[in-house]
Design a protein around this ligand. Structure first.
Ligand code: UDX
Ligand code: UDX
Length: 470
């Protein structure tokens, strides 16, 4: 049975959720207060780079999927209202919930018969109680609504697939009635019928079909989201710390990861060392979880260390660049990758961008290439760096090539051409995309994370020019 759904906030989370709910067969109103974004969406544009999103928007735009800036009316027309507005960090590190509060206030005017208001944004524990209180304060009848939590675990870049093929669906509800409504929303997934449709989005590897649904209290669901993100961030910081030990003793972190990750209790995923985690979620959510734990009386110092290692990882990479190139003033550097990870155009809290800023401060000249994030990066960096139209153009006449984002395209470069373009055949890889021995055999001096540097014919870096001794 199609359900009338409003999704408030058409950003990375809300837009994907709305498009996917429409694909499940529901009637969806996407609400946003950004008029430019709404006009672009109505006009057929897709404001973010996300695989399968253009297909879904095309399929449902103007039919099962409409766009509005009238939140109260959208709430009135819907049985379920998902709130997916931003929850940015305040200066103290806790989540700024003012957008969530103003949405709750506005929704209350549209609560005229039973509705479920669902937190989709990542919010601290107790938010649902506040949302309920705000709606009541603004005159809604307590019998006409429930507040629930349905955390979203999608990753940018694979958001549509993650949404439709999740490991699990978590619904936090404090009433049987609201749990029933949310079960119905996800029924096409949990009864498996969605996956039998010929037009459904292609199934990824490792898909659990049908996905299990986990019903918890609202508070538990709120904590599941923060704890999941904090745990994943901890996994990344853990392996980055191990990578640093590997560098000290001359071990290979990739071998260590294989050995550790094949223990099914640990698992191989999210154990890729690199230049630290970034994005709109991990940095903010670890900070917010730390803050809410403190407020509730627990001093979660483990999370301080997760953040410290993450920050340190970027500084270590900067030191690696120094070690490879000595001074940076006046050096021309090619940068591959500006987004916070591969597969997205999102540059929020991008470790790559932070590194670019540091390199600029040290006086380097930078030419960068990113398959999707250059437009957004240009808005932030303006003319402080040059933008290239390919990895090869970026590498042209550069003193070294830096790989900062794990785009698939960067793992499949034509190394011969890269070597010819570079002034010196030096590659500093923050994502371990290449095999050190292979790189040395191809004539590169190659630095990566948690593995020893490799040099062609054992000749130290800097003494080669275009693969030949200078
Ligand atoms: C954000 C948070 O970062 C994440 O933690 C949370 O889980 C969901 O919201 P994201 O979708 O990436 O994730 O945010 P963003 O792309 O900034 O989208 C938020 C949207 O809400 C924007 O389109 C903004 O215009 C809209 N918005 C914001 C409203 O419609 N009303 C508001 O009051 C505030
Ligand atoms: C994350 C969570 O994975 C997702 O469940 C949640 O809903 C939102 O936050 P996202 O921020 O889109 O998703 O990206 P993710 O793939 O988790 O990567 C986050 C950061 O960690 C990136 O900077 C990435 O490069 C880095 N990372 C990830 C590593 O450095 N190593 C890894 O092994 C995995």
């Amino acid at each position: 049975m199609p359900i009338r759904i409003a999704v408030v906030g058409s950003g990375y989370v809300g837009l994907v959720a709305g498009a996917c709910f429409a694909d499940l067969g529901h009637e969806v109103i996407l609400v946003d207060n950004d008029q430019k974004k709404l006009a672009a969406l109505r006009d057929g544009q897709v404001p973010i780079h996300e695989k399968f999103l253009p297909e879904l928007l095309n399929r449902h735009r103007g039919q099962r999927l409409t766009f509005s800036d009238d939140l109260k009316e959208a709430a009135r027309l819907s049985s379920v209202i998902f709130v997916a507005v931003g929850t940015p960090p305040t200066e103290r590190g806790d989540a700024d919930l003012s957008y969530v509060e103003s949405v709750a206030r506005e929704i209350s005017g549209g609560v005229d018969q039973y509705k479920v208001i669902v937190e989709k944004s990542t919010v601290p524990v107790y938010t649902s109680e506040w949302v309920r209180r705000i709606i009541l304060r603004n005159g809604a009848d307590p019998e006409t609504f429930d507040v629930a939590s349905n955390p979203e675990f999608l990753r940018e870049g694979t958001a549509v697939t993650d949404f439709l093929f999740p490991d699990r669906i978590v619904i936090g509800c404090d009433s049987a009635r609201s749990a029933e409504v949310l079960r119905e929303v996800y029924a096409p997934m949990t009864d498996g019928s969605y996956y039998l449709r010929p037009e459904s989005i292609p199934q990824p590897d490792r898909a659990v079909i049908p996905p299990p649904i986990i019903v918890t209290s609202t508070k538990s669901a709120e904590l599941i989201k923060h704890a999941s993100n904090a745990f994943l961030a901890m996994k990344i910081s853990f392996i980055n710390a191990v990578a640093s030990v590997c560098e000290s003793v001359g071990a290979d972190v990739n071998q260590v990861v294989n050995g550790v990750g094949t223990d099914s209790r640990i698992g191989r995923r999210f154990l890729n060392p690199g230049i630290g985690y970034g994005g709109s979620c991990f940095p903010k959510d670890v900070l917010a979880f730390r803050a809410v734990a403190r407020e509730c009386g627990y001093d979660f110092r483990l999370l301080d260390e997760v953040m410290r290692i993450n920050e340190d990882q970027r500084q270590r990479f900067l030191r690696k660049i120094h070690h490879a190139l000595w001074t940076l003033r006046g050096k021309k550097l090619a940068v591959l990758g500006l987004a916070f990870k591969g597969g997205t155009d999102d540059i929020r809290e991008s470790p790559a961008l932070h590194l670019v800023e540091s390199l600029l401060q040290e006086g380097s000249a930078i030419t960068a290439y990113d398959p999707a994030a250059m437009e957004r990066a240009r808005e932030v960096l303006g003319s402080k760096i040059e933008f290239a139209s390919s990895p090869y153009e970026a590498a042209h006449d550069a003193d070294a090539l830096l790989i900062l984002t794990e785009w698939e395209e960067f793992a499949n470069l034509d190394l011969n051409q890269i070597r010819k373009e570079l002034r010196y055949p030096i590659v500093i890889d923050g994502r371990n995309l290449y095999d050190p021995e292979l790189m040395a055999a191809q004539g590169f001096t190659y630095y990566s994370v948690g593995r020893a540097a490799s040099h062609p014919d054992g000749v130290p870096s800097g003494l080669l020019r275009n693969g030949k001794k200078a």
